[in-house]
Design a protein around this ligand. Structure first.
Ligand SMILES: Cc1cc2nc3c(=O)[nH]c(=O)nc-3n(C[C@H](O)[C@H](O)[C@H](O)COP(=O)(O)O)c2cc1C
Length: 374
């Protein structure tokens, strides 16, 4: 009896997962989201060591996006105005990101948030590159210098989020594209029905199918999924059901009954491919972010440009969904350069589209005290 009930629930949840349960069913109660988290116990210690404004800068920066939400950065405080941003080895993703490409792009996004937040508090940040290889620990040295306060809507850093469902299929308007990209180079937009977009849609699904056959990739992903609220509260990083858009009945089920082993199950793997297929079917096309090469400096810069663009996307109701798997798997990673006729190296493949609604952020963040070394 217990077995058949469990089987029924599993099927119900998987069905709901595949069919994307409407938010109405969220009556089962949502899981842990960002609203449940505070600045953390150690925050007062950071604030009294470097001052409340500098602590706020670190806090705002922590809302940067990162692959699997690993938040792979640390900041060592040499003095109030001299900081070193490092890459945290235990938060690398050696299976999907063996060259640390995505780690450096993520840390670039974090540096951009630091620089943006600092400017509003009246600090200019001089950024000095330190890393020679993507595996170096220390990446950049920052020096905070007094400057005129810059007006910038800091809520953009808090409200930015990755969206994965609910995209309209309209083309992105040329004026909106130039607004979000600003004057930055290395951005390419492909309309939904273009040859390039069709290739990217197919590459996203087929590379996902390939990844589902790689046990190590699945095991690595499993390590970063926080199925239960207890794990979400404990780690405050990684992917929660809410951040993967598994909500309602399915969300309740996976929060209570899923564990690491389920990521390796055939049902989960099939559902992931099916989800990618449904995602690419609703899209306003793709934006590709390139860099001149794969050097650490170029990757950090790609992350900074990506974040500058991402921060403005909500102003135009444009959803951004990085889908990295095609750059993580052969032959798609190698073919992208030719098919997309790029002059630089592709570093981010972003499915984009206008949203009907723009829900608030749900991904978790570690307390600043866990990523700051005094
Ligand atoms: C370099 C990079 C690669 C990413 N790749 C993917 C991806 O392949 N699939 C996906 O759903 N999200 C991807 N993301 C989005 C992250 O999962 C997301 O940023 C993280 O969970 C935090 O959520 P937030 O962006 O809503 O704050 C990527 C983000 C970055 C910075």
């Amino acid at each position: 009896m217990a077995v058949s009930r469990r089987t029924f629930l599993v099927r119900a949840a998987q069905c709901a997962f595949l069919l994307a349960v409407p938010p109405g069913l969220a009556a089962c109660g949502g899981g842990m989201t960002r609203d449940d988290t505070a600045k953390g116990e150690g925050y007062a210690r950071i604030s009294s060591a470097i001052g409340p404004e500098r602590a706020e800068i670190l806090w705002y920066a922590s809302f940067a996006p990162s692959s699997h939400n690993t938040q792979p950065w640390t900041v060592s405080i040499a003095s109030a105005n001299r900081w070193v941003v490092s890459s945290s080895r235990e938060r690398w993703l050696p299976e999907v990101d063996p060259q640390n490409r995505e780690t450096l792009v993520s840390i670039g996004a974090f540096v951009e948030n630091l620089v943006t937040a600092a400017a509003t508090f009246g600090f200019r940040i001089a950024v000095e590159p330190l890393a020679r290889t993507p595996f170096d620990k220390e990446l950049v040295r920052l020096e905070l210098q007094n400057a005129v306060r810059r007006e910038y809507p800091l809520e953009r850093l808090l409200e930015r989020r990755t969206l994965r469902t609910g995209f309209k299929s309209d083309d992105i308007d040329a004026e909106d594209f130039s607004f979000i990209v600003g004057g930055d180079d290395g951005f390419y937009y492909y309309r939904p029905s273009s040859v390039e977009s069709v290739w990217l849609d197919n590459a996203a699904v087929e590379s996902m199918r390939r990844q589902m056959t790689r046990k190590n990739v699945q095991e690595e992903l499993a390590k970063w999924i926080r199925w239960s609220d207890a794990d979400a509260r404990r780690y405050r990083n990684g992917l929660t059901p809410e951040s993967m858009d598994i909500t309602g009945l399915a969300g309740w089920y996976v929060r209570n009954f899923y564990g690491t082993g389920d990521v390796l199950s055939k049902d989960f793997r099939n559902a992931s491919v099916e989800r990618a297929r449904k995602q690419v079917a609703e899209s306003g096309g793709w934006i590709v972010v390139t860099s001149r090469d794969d050097s650490p400096i170029a990757l950090l810069d790609a992350g900074r440009r990506f974040e500058r663009m991402f921060l403005k996307a909500k102003d135009r109701k444009i959803a951004v969904h990085p889908m990295s798997q095609a750059l993580e798997e052969s032959p798609w990673a190698e073919k992208a350069l030719d098919v997309l006729s790029l002059s630089g190296k592709p570093q981010l493949l972003l499915r984009v589209g206008y949203m009907r609604d723009y829900p608030g952020p749900v991904s978790l963040r570690m307390p600043v005290s866990e990523t700051t070394i005094l």
